[in-house]
Structure formats: structure tokens, C-alpha cells
Design a protein around this ligand. Structure first.
Ligand code: SF4
Length: 521
């Protein structure tokens, strides 16, 4: 198939001589730019930057490169030469006489001729054959090991080569193998910001590359490239046009009740990885895998609750820490999901029984927590915890969806209509260290106080202003840079969630032997 044929090969006289800085060194009769060629026989498709045709009927493909010409005898490295070789094969396949190819290196303003010989063309054909074999397999090839290519690879945050290789070798490596040898993720945090719209009746539209939020009194704008996700609380309207642009750009939109209850989300189709989804479904139907993951989630949750008390409680009893340690061990060895539910419930009672001891100053005098309750929460601390958990569930739903997983299909939490069971699974280990931490910080620093709660006959809720402040506290926590407990590099909590979701995917695809728990020390 030819998407730009000879009718598009315009005479340089017609279009004027090649633009300044272009590759033409002298008048040639024909130049075509951005020429699409493909061939099923070769199994190749290419968009050729420039094709120059000469009077004798032959053509030369020219590839533009931004960098400088390398000091190598062949004039360019093999990947670039192979790219030109593929273009030569395509041009020949379409009937052109093509025996030469050039690269223009803009960095050094040099045009280099690439030798086209049988060896290069055989290398290209061989590479195409191997790529086709690779594509026909259902599993991904393992990531490269210690390759300098990864540093400049745009997929590094998705591929996680060092992390995956470390966890694959986990069983054989010595316990103290230095995770600090891992290259840190770039960037350590996602600099895009979430857009929360909490004002009832607000309307969201799109204007060029900006989202426009029109409230009763003010209009706010948010640039699409700087937006990580959009959360709509309560009766906020969004236009179809805005929704479509968000989907095109891979920005998730989540819908929540005005109190923060998570209803669902809208996303584009870009992140759907069919093989991973199939692996997830297979794993969810396998009781042994469900138990393995459930044990990991519950054990990590209990251990992280214990860490929270150890770090923040003013005089925690050793018996409480001991009991949580015992419960975590039992969870790690549990043979049934039903037993895990019991262990988790007991651990929650022990943990929340001691929760008030983590309150400080005025908060310690004003607030108390008599166990966990919800729907609706009956006291201020539970109202804060409910909102913090719903917010974390939304974060994880987005992270799992972006990693190509179905957030609704869990392993510990059973699927139920509309419930993000997998997000709830993964939230177990993160509740104490993210959501509880946000609530404690908000209370202990006076971000929310006694006057921020509305008391109803059936329960307690937050004022809209206090809800906004808690969401901001959550954002600050997610943006906080911490040391990754497994890999040892600095990373924000939000990036850590994303890494965790992708590692769960690696486990489901069988690329790493176990799901790595997230347990800050
Ligand atoms: S990050 Fe992954 S995809 Fe990119 S070069 Fe390394 S191994 Fe290959």
C-alpha cells in the first residue's frame, strides 16, 4: 500500500527548492516528504522523511535525525542504518530503483551516505522475522538488564526494568543485596495536578487546551497537559466535548458523591492491555492465587497499622504491638480467605482501639475514636477516615486502570456491582500509611477542628470547606517524596501507587514470583 504515491512527488521547481537547512545539496527533479509506504510481504510500514528522485529514475530515502553524526566508520549506528535499509526495501517493493540512502544529522548539519548492501538488508529481514515471532507470543519479553538504553526510554515508568529484574531474582539473591543500586524513577513525582470540582452546580467545558470550570461566582481554568485526573463531587456537570478531550489525552474522570463516595470513572481506551486483563481474570478464578494475594494484602495492612502505632502513639503498650505482630504472622500463614477476614477484623479492633493515642494537643482533648464505624460515620474522626479512604480508593482505581488492570475485579474483596474490589484490595496495605496518616496530620495540625463537622441525628459529616482542606491534605501526602521500602530510591506516594499497580500486573503475568508488599519501616 502506498499512502503518498508518485503523484505526490512534486518537482522541486514547483515547490521551490528545498527549504533552508533541508537536505538538498543541489537541484534534483523530485522531492517527496513524509511518504508512507507499507508492504504486507515485507511486514513493514514506514513514514519516510524525504524521498529524492533523480532524473535517471532512481530514488534516495533521507532520514532526518536531530542529533550529531556519530564518529563511526559506517556513518551511523546499526539501528539507524537498519531503518534506512527497511526504507530501501519498501521503495524497491513498490517498484522504485533504490540503491542508496542518506541520513541528515541536524546537530552537525551533515548529510551522510549509508552503504546499502546485502548484509544490511539481510539484517533488516532477519530483525523483522524475529519481531514478528515476538509479537505472536502472548507474554512480554523480559526487560533489559542494566541497559543504558532504559535511561532514555519513555517506557521506563511502565516497564520498570530494574524493579522487575530485582524481584525476579529475589529468591536467589542474598537478603542484603543492595536495592540502592537501582536507578531511580524519572521523574520521582508526577508534576501534573489533579482537578477537584466540589461546588454543586459547577459546569466544566473545554476551550482549546484548557478545561474551564464555571461556578456561581468564579471561573477557573486548568491546562489539560498539566492535569493528572479530574474528580467530580456531587452535582457537577461536564460537557461531552470536555469528556472526549480528557479521554483522548488519557486523563481519568472520577465521579463521587458530594460526601466523597466513589461511584465510578470514565477513561479512554488507551490503557487497556488485553493480555493483562486475561491474566487478571485467570488469577481471580484461581483460589490459590487469590489466597496468596489476599495474605499479602492483609499481612501488610496489619504490619503497617503496627508501624503507625509504633511511630506515632504516645506510649503504646507492648502487648498491643505483640498482638498485631502475632496477627500479621497468622495472616501470612492463613489457609483460607475466611480466616483472613477474621484476622483482619481483630487487628482493626486492636488498632482502632489505640488510634486515639496518636492524637496530639488540642485534637487529643477534642476528639476520640471508639472503634471504626461508617455509612454514615457516627463521629468526626470516622467521618474524616471515610473521606480519606474513599479518596485513596479513587487514587488506586485510577492507578490500576492506568496500569491496564480492571479495578473492579479483586482477589480478596469479592466482585460486587460497581465496587472497585481490586482498588479495595490494594488499599488494605496503604490505609494506615496514607489515609490514616492524612487524617492524623489534619487533626494534629489543626487543619480541621471541632467546628468543621455537621452533626445529624444519624451521623456526622464534614462541612464543604473542611472537605476541601482534607482533600488538600491528601494531595500533599500523595506528593510527598519518601524512600521506597523495597527499591530504596526517592519517589512520591502517588508514583509509588503507580509502581505498585504495575508490579501487581507483573505478578499476574508471571514475570515476578510474588507480589511485593509495600511496608514502610
Ligand atoms: S525501559 Fe523497558 S522497554 Fe525501555 S529500553 Fe528498558 S527494557 Fe526496553
Amino acid at each position: 500500500m502506498v499512502l503518498a504515491d508518485e503523484s505526490e512527488l512534486r518537482s522541486t521547481d514547483e515547490r521551490g527548492l528545498a527549504d533552508e537547512g533541508s537536505v538538498s545539496e543541489g537541484p534534483r527533479p523530485y522531492v517527496a516528504r513524509s511518504l508512507w509506504l507499507s508492504s504486507e510481504a515485507l511486514g513493514l510500514t514506514a513514514k519516510i522523511d524525504v524521498v529524492e528522485g533523480s532524473e535517471d529514475g532512481s530514488v534516495i530515502p533521507i532520514e532526518y535525525k536531530r542529533g550529531k553524526a556519530p564518529e563511526v566508520p559506517e556513518g551511523a549506528y546499526l539501528p539507524e542504518r537498519a531503518q534506512l535499509g527497511a526504507q530501501v526495501l519498501l521503495l524497491r517493493e513498490h517498484g522504485y530503483i533504490c540503491n542508496a540512502a542518506d541520513i541528515y544529522f541536524a546537530g552537525s548539519k551533515k548529510r551522510i551516505s549509508i552503504g546499502i548492501d546485502d548484509t544490511l538488508l539481510t539484517t533488516v529481514r532477519d530483525a523483522v522475522r524475529r519481531v514478528r515471532v515476538l509479537c505472536s507470543r502472548t507474554e512480554l519479553p523480559p526487560p533489559l538488564e542494566d541497559s543504558p538504553k532504559c535511561d532514555g526510554c519513555s517506557l521506563i515508568g511502565i516497564c520498570l526494568p530494574d524493579e522487575t529484574n530485582l524481584l525476579r531474582k529475589e529468591r536467589s539473591r542474598a537478603d542484603d543485596a543492595a536495592p540502592s543500586a537501582l536507578r531511580r524513577l524519572h521523574p520521582a513525582r508526577d508534576d501534573r495536578l489533579p482537578l477537584y470540582v466540589t461546588e454543586p452546580g459547577a459546569r466544566i467545558g473545554v476551550d482549546g487546551s484548557e478545561l474551564v470550570v464555571r461556578g456561581k461566582e468564579q471561573t477557573t481554568r486548568a491546562r489539560l497537559p498539566n492535569t493528572s485526573h479530574v474528580s467530580l463531587f456531587g452535582n457537577v456537570q461536564i460537557s461531552t466535548q470536555a469528556l472526549r478531550r480528557l479521554m483522548e489525552q488519557g486523563i481519568s474522570v472520577t465521579f463521587l458523591s458530594s460526601g466523597g463516595w466513589f461511584y465510578g470513572r470514565a477513561e479512554g481506551i488507551g490503557s487497556n492491555n488485553v493480555d493483562l486483563r486475561m491474566a487478571q481474570h485467570r488469577a481471580a478464578a484461581d483460589p490459590a492465587t487469590c489466597l496468596q494475594l489476599a495474605r499479602a494484602f492483609v499481612e501488610a495492612k496489619i504490619r503497617n497499622s503496627r508501624t503507625m502505632l509504633r511511630r506515632n502513639h504516645d506510649g503504646i503498650a507492648q502487648s498491643v504491638l505483640f498482638e498485631l505482630e502475632q496477627l500479621a504472622r497468622k495472616a501470612a500463614e492463613s489457609e483460607r480467605i475466611e480466616s483472613l477476614l477474621g484476622l483482619e477484623g481483630t487487628a482493626a479492633r486492636v488498632y482502632f482501639g489505640a488510634f486515639s493515642g496518636m492524637l496530639r494537643g488540642e485534637a487529643a482533648r477534642t476528639f476520640d475514636l471508639d472503634g471504626r464505624n461508617r455509612r454514615p460515620p457516627k463521629d468526626p474522626v470516622n467521618a474524616l477516615l471515610s473521606l480519606a479512604y474513599a479518596t485513596l480508593a479513587r487514587e488506586l482505581t485510577v492507578a490500576l486502570g492506568n496500569a491496564g488492570l480492571d479495578p473492579l475485579l479483586g482477589f480478596y474483596h469479592r466482585p460486587r456491582f460497581g465496587r472497585p474490589a481490586l482498588a479495595l484490595d490494594m488499599m488494605e496495605e496503604l490505609r494506615p500509611v496514607i489515609a490514616d496518616s492524612v487524617v492524623l496530620t489534619a487533626l494534629n495540625t489543626g487543619v480541621v477542628g471541632e467546628s468543621d463537622f455537621l452533626r445529624h441525628p444519624v451521623g456526622v459529616s464534614l462541612t464543604p470547606a473542611a472537605r476541601k482542606r482534607l482533600l488538600l491534605a491528601h494531595e500533599r501526602r500523595m506528593d510527598q517524596i519518601v524512600t521506597h521500602p523495597v527499591f530504596g530510591y526517592q519517589v512520591s506516594w502517588r508514583r509509588m501507587l503507580e509502581v505498585q499497580a504495575r508490579l501487581l500486573g507483573r505478578f499476574l503475568l508471571g514475570e515476578i514470583p510474588t507480589y511485593p508488599q509495600l511496608r514502610p519501616r
